[in-house]
Structures are given as structure tokens and as C-alpha cells.
Design a protein. Structure first.
Lengths: 150, 416
């Protein structure tokens, strides 16, 4: 596999994007996501109004994979109902585990975040890619009193 | 540079023969292994010796009267004697086998430290400690009320001896320090640190995990009270380590773990404990690891510790000189004095984990992260760094390929 399938244009651009990188003083919930072994460290904030995620942002540091993944996640969930965001988490984690491979489903649901599909071939980088998604999963579990995704 | 290149061309030992002893070099899609400070590779001799032990000498050591039990006991005794000779301890009884340096340092913490420290006492460690010689002392401070203080570094990443002298006092009960940093390569003046500690009556604990694989260590010459190292950083298997301790101290302190073979008489309500070193070795011991360590020591001494030190220094100096040619790179490694073959660096604009992934794609194995030294990284102002670390089986050509791969990092990360 070519490295550029991992460090693709979508991932490189989003890793440097500041579009969703800001503090959110009126957030409904903020959680820290941290990978102790490599030092990826983010704070993910979301605002929920009438069961809809009306704003999503993050601050923090980490590798290109973790930062791009977090930025894409924020862009994807903004404006979506919480229940739909939960489904997106399941789809993303399913893709990373190699359990969901149908490109048409992945592209329709995850849009640009489908760029992380190839991470499933690099087990040592999976934690970087899923950090923001696991953090969002924790926020949703706490806010809705439901179980986290397997 | 001429002297460095000369040493890399003529290392003073048979480099080709050495490389033929390491099976990982036969892997398809060659691996340039520059992560030796994490763990070294093992030569065939070590693996074969362990294999023989488990095939022909396998019994439970120190127990039973049968021939294989005796063979295992003999393997254990011989291995301990080999380690004692290697670091020149006064007695074999001063060599305690542990799982690794971390466990060895924990032994000192749980026995000496908890028995002896009290509020008002000071524990003095350094800014560059590995968590294995850091978190244990935090624990000791929290348990006993002693204060934990740090010797800081100079701008050249050396241990600041003036800071050390200003912080040590009669309150200092223990000076515990790394004799070689696993990140920076810094090798402070161990003898001087110990000498000053003694003048103040402080116990000395040396984390030598990154020293023993590279430089000849003589514990009587150093006059340290405790010295810890790991086998797996010096060609031996994962899971065997050593704590050296002065007999007079080991005789006085409490046992570490309780159970089989560390006892003398066991009554219903109390027990008496075995003599040192057995007092500190509860349960069936890893004799397979011990014979591996003894064989690793044979191997290192056959190559020659002086040869190893000089050749590895040349590898590190050459690598630093090459890294300095690259744009937008920060190097965390002393430029003066004695230093070990570990070099930390960052490519500005590229996270270490991305750098390591791209290098891995080129077959170059390095470490990225905080290398179990979060306080040091806070001091460096970096969340994480890259680290290359050499062993005597590395070559100049491997460094050249590593540097070449670093150019691809700039390309892939679009750094221009």
C-alpha cells in the first residue's frame, strides 16, 4: 500500500484546517480524548439543542491522523440529530475494524471521513483515527444515558 | 568527522560476523532497527542458549533432589556469578534477579524507602528520569511524607551539577538518578554524583538501564548503594533484570515479595527469611532469562565493551552531524561531554507519530512519543519526540538510509 493512501490530500488538508478548531464557552458537553502512548490530546465540544447537534468544535494537539479525523468529525455531525451522530460513530468504527466495507454506504454516510478507510491496514494508527469518535461516543452516552458503542 | 568515519569503517570488531548473528536482519524487506533504547535484538547465541536450557536443564531451581532440578540450580548459580563478575560486585549475594529495571527500582522503593523515609526528608531525582525511576519516588513521597525534588538540566541537556549541589543537603536521604538518559543520551558524571551524595549521607540509587549496555560498569568503583538494569536492553530476553545492592544494606531491609524460597522457617504466625539474595527472590525464578542474560554478557564482552562504546559513539556523532544538515529540525542531545547513542529530535510541522509511520514504511524502526518521560517532555516544551537509538550492530549505511527516509517525511507531510 502506498503511504499517500493514508496521508491523502483530504487528510493532510483537514489536519491543518482551523475551521472547527475553536473553544465553545456555551457547549452542552466537553470531553477530553487522550492517547497516553502517543500523546494525541483533544478536547471535543458539542452543543445540543432539541436533540440536534447545532455546533461541534475541538482544541488540542496530535498527529495528522488524529487532528484530521477530529476536524472531519466536527464538520460531519454539525446540524445532525444526536441519534444520527450515534449511527455515524457505528459506521466509522465499523469501517476502521474492516466490518463495513461497502464503499457506497461509507461514502454516503461518512462523506470525506471515508478517507480513513485504509487505516484499518495500520493497526498501530487505529487509535489516532478513532480518538475523536470514541470521545463523541462518550459524550452521547453520558448525555442520553445510553451504552457506548462496542 | 574523519575520525568518526574511520571508526565506522574500522570498528575494531568483526561487524559482518556480528550482523550475521542477528536473525532479524534476514527478514524480507530489510528492517533498519534504530529503536535499541526500547529493546535490543537478540543474537542467535542467546536464543540457542535459552533453547538448550529449556531442552536439557529444565527443572525447578533450588528445589528437589533430581538431576534436572540440580541442572537448573547450577544454571542459576552460574548466571548470577556471571553478572557479578560483569559489574564487579564484591559478592554474588549482591546480585538480585528481577523482571527488569523497573521492578528493581520498585524493590528499593517498597523496601528501603518505605522503611526509612519520613516527613522532612528529601528524595532527590533528576528532570530526565524515566517514569520507572520517577513514579516510584512520587509514591514513596506520598506514602512517607518525604519531599520529592528535581535536579534540572543545562541548555546543553546536561545534568546541572551546580543545581545538584545547591539542592542536596543533610535532609537528602536518597539521590536516585539515571546514569544515561533514554531520550537525550545524556550521561552525567555518575561517580561525582555518588561522591557528593555520600558526603551528605544520602543513599545512592543508579538507574543504569541505558548505561550497562553501552559502557563498562564497575559497581565497586562507582561505590553506589543500588544499581538497576534490564537484560532486554543488552541482548538478553524480555523479562530478566538485575538489582545490585550492597550486602550490608540488603541484609537490613525488609523483603519485597513473600512466598516460596524466600523463607527459612515458616511458623503459623511468623516466618524467618532466607539469606540474601534469595530473600528478595520469591517464587520460581526465570532461569531461562538468567542464562540468556549470562550469554548476552559473554557476547558483549567478546565484542568488547570498549569497542562497543567507541563504535556506538561514532554512530551517534555521525547521525547528529547528518541530522544537523536537515532543515527545520530540532535535536535534543548534548553536544559536549560523554553521551549515549540515543538522540531525540523533532521535524518541525510533523508530529512524531506521523514521522515514525512514514519511516516504518521505509523499513526504518524508530520510537515516537514521550518515551516514558512526560516530565522531561514538559521541560523540552514538546508533547512528544522522535528518537533514534543505536546498538553496535547498526551501520553507517543504515543511518544514511534513515536520513534519506526523513526527506520523504517532508514530502508526504507537504512541508516543502
Amino acid at each position: 500500500m502506498d503511504l499517500r493512501q493514508i496521508y491523502s490530500q483530504i487528510i493532510m488538508e483537514n489536519s491543518r484546517s482551523n475551521r472547527h478548531r475553536y473553544e465553545m464557552p456555551d457547549a452542552t458537553a466537553t470531553e477530553r480524548g487522550y492517547n497516553p502512548s502517543c500523546g494525541d490530546d483533544i478536547h471535543l465540544s458539542i452543543k445540543i439543542e432539541d436533540d440536534v447537534i447545532t455546533d461541534a468544535s475541538f482544541t488540542g494537539t496530535g498527529c495528522a491522523i488524529s487532528q484530521a479525523s477530529t476536524s472531519l468529525l466536527c464538520g460531519l455531525i454539525k446540524g445532525k440529530p444526536v441519534t444520527e451522530a450515534k449511527e455515524l460513530i457505528k459506521t466509522f468504527l465499523g469501517m476502521i475494524k474492516g466490518e463495513i466495507t461497502d464503499d457506497s454506504i461509507l461514502e454516503e454516510e461518512l462523506e470525506d471521513a471515508v478517507a480513513f478507510k485504509n487505516i484499518s491496514t495500520m493497526p498501530q494508527r487505529v487509535r489516532c483515527a478513532v480518538l475523536a469518535w470514541r470521545t463523541l461516543d462518550l459524550i452521547i452516552a453520558k448525555e442520553t444515558g445510553t451504552e457506548m458503542t462496542e | 568527522m574523519d575520525a568518526i568515519l574511520e571508526k565506522l569503517t574500522n570498528p575494531g570488531f568483526d561487524l559482518e560476523k556480528v550482523r550475521s548473528d542477528f536473525a532479524y536482519l534476514e527478514l524480507e524487506g530489510p528492517i533498519i532497527y534504530l529503536d535499541n533504547a526500547a529493546t535490543t535484538q537478540r543474537p542467535n547465541q542467546v536464543i540457542d542458549r535459552m533453547s538448550d536450557f529449556y531442552r536439557f536443564e529444565n527443572g525447578n531451581p533450588l528445589r528437589g533432589a533430581h538431576r534436572l532440578g540440580a541442572a537448573a540450580t547450577e544454571a542459576m548459580v552460574n548466571s548470577r556469578a556471571r553478572v557479578a563478575k560483569f559489574i564487579n560486585s564484591k559478592s554474588v549475594r549482591e546480585i538480585i534477579f528481577t523482571r527488569n529495571a523497573s521492578e528493581a527500582l520498585n524493590l528499593v522503593t517498597y523496601t528501603w524507602a518505605l522503611d526509612n523515609l519520613k516527613p522532612g526528608d528529601q528524595i532527590l531525582i533528576t528532570r530526565m528520569e524515566h517514569h520507572s525511576n520517577f513514579v516510584n519516588w512520587q509514591f514513596a513521597a506520598q506514602k512517607t511524607g518525604a519531599e520529592l525534588s528535581f535536579i534540572e538540566l543545562t541548555s546543553d541537556y546536561q545534568l546541572d551539577m551546580a543545581d545538584y549541589k545547591s539542592k542536596i543537603s543533610e535532609r537528602t536521604k536518597v539521590v536516585a538518578f539515571s546514569a544515561a538518559s533514554n531520550v537525550l543520551g545524556t550521561m552525567p558524571d555518575t561517580r561525582e554524583i555518588i561522591k557528593i551524595a555520600k558526603q551528605h549521607g544520602a543513599l545512592t540509587v543508579v538507574d543504569a538501564a541505558q548505561l550497562v549496555p553501552h559502557i563498562k560498569v564497575d559497581v565497586q568503583d562507582l561505590d553506589c548503594d543500588f544499581l538497576a538494569f534490564s537484560g532486554h536492553k543488552m541482548l538478553a530476553p524480555l523479562g530478566i533484570g538485575v538489582l545490585y545492592g550492597k550486602a550490608e544494606i540488603l541484609n537490613k531491609i525488609s523483603p519485597f515479595q513473600y512466598g516460596g524460597e524466600m523463607i527459612e522457617y515458616v511458623e503459623d504466625q511468623s516466618s524467618t527469611y532466607a539469606e540474601i539474595p534469595y530473600k528478595f527472590e520469591a517464587g520460581t525464578q526465570d532461569v531461562g532469562g538468567m542464562v540468556g542474560l549470562a550469554t548476552a554478557i559473554d557476547y558483549l564482552e567478546d565484542v568488547g565493551l570498549t569497542n562497543i562504546a567507541e563504535y556506538e559513539a561514532a554512530l551517534a556523532d555521525y547521525c547528529v552531524a547528518e541530522l544537523e544538515q536537515l532543515p527545520d529540525l530540532e535535536i535534543y542531545h548534548p553536544r559536549q561531554g560523554v553521551k549515549g547513542p540515543a538522540i531525540a529530535f523533532n521535524v518541525m510541522g510533523a508530529h512524531p507519530h506521523d514521522v515514525a509511520t512514514i519511516l516504518d514504511y521505509h523499513g526504518v524502526a524508530i520510537r515516537a512519543g514521550h518515551h516514558c518521560t512526560q516530565p522531561l517532555h514538559r521541560y523540552l516544551g514538546q508533547n512528544s519526540t522522535n528518537r533514534v537509538s543505536f546498538a553496535f550492530y547498526n551501520t553507517k549505511q543504515e543511518i544514511d538510509l534513515f536520513i534519506e527516509a526523513l526527506h520523504d517525511v517532508r514530502d508526504i507531510m507537504q512541508l516543502g
